[in-house]
Design a protein around this ligand. Sequence first.
Ligand SMILES: [Zn+2]
Length: 358
Amino acid sequence: MTSLAQEQQNKNTGSEGSRQYAERYSRQILFRGIGEAGQQKLAKAHVAIVGCGATGSALAGLLARAGVGTLRIIDRDYVEPSNLQRQSLFDEADAAESLPKAIAAARKIASFNSHIVVEPKVEDLVPANIQLLLEGMDLILDGTDNFETRYLINDYAVERSRPWIYSAAVGSYAVTLNVFPGETACLACIFPDSPRGMVETCETSGILNSAVNLVASVAATEALKFLVAGPDTARLRRTLLSFDLWTNEHAEISASKPRPGCRACGESDLIHLAGEGRPHITLCGRNSVQIHERQRPIDFAEMDRRLQPHGVVRHNDFVLKFWRDPYEMTLFPDGRAIIKGTTDTALARSLYARFIGS
Ligand SMILES: [Zn+2]
């Protein structure tokens, strides 16, 4: 059959969709490490991205364009103007609307790849919901900005033998580690406690968008290798890799074996997953406090009316914003709130009780 006839028959049999699919991913299918079979594996893959700030945005953007079939994007925060310097999935309109990052990310991805499934989850990943949020995922990627959540992911991954990839960037420094529980070192093998150097945050040390994109590129590529070739491929890196783009220093230390006596993967002492004594009020950077002790749905229209006499209030389907000088309160439909303008948790709690309810 001539190729023209073939094309006609393809159209007749409704394979126009598969032709478009092959065209969209043609440059990736041409790449030897992936090929057609690899592309099909990507289309069937389920990947969770925890945290959709700078690193999470870059990871989600790369994997969505690469054709990973299902991306579950979990984030507790909303878009602000200071995010736009490095958080590549968001734009000025998202910041003006204070859209939750997970929602804004899903919308942006739909505009450049409407063929994949994106599941936005506007939630704070905590021990109580981690199983629900990460269930059914082939791979978990770290787009968080704090060690508390990373240790929680690590405990979950160890308990369920799920692979995950740690990624972090601050200043001009970036670091990443693939974790295959039971086979390689886990996060607690390498960092039994939060590493001191990483206590620096974007708020205190600033961050270069290029450091973010570099660590996301490395982690996203490791993710592709894993999804295409499985955990046993020799191509997967089994080291902790770090680099400083400003000083041009880089380092790699072996992480190919678990550390004997490791709390998490050695002794199964999963304290972060148990979540004992975990506070319901947490500092979340940017001179702000998060309150997530009250899990109950909030009617935004009614709350909007109630708050009108007390300050400036505005809401859309996803967030309600309430300004009362010098505080700015962002309320989510499940009752969670981020209160900006203080780091005093007692004050934040009393503001919440006074205006939202106790
Ligand atoms: Zn370990």
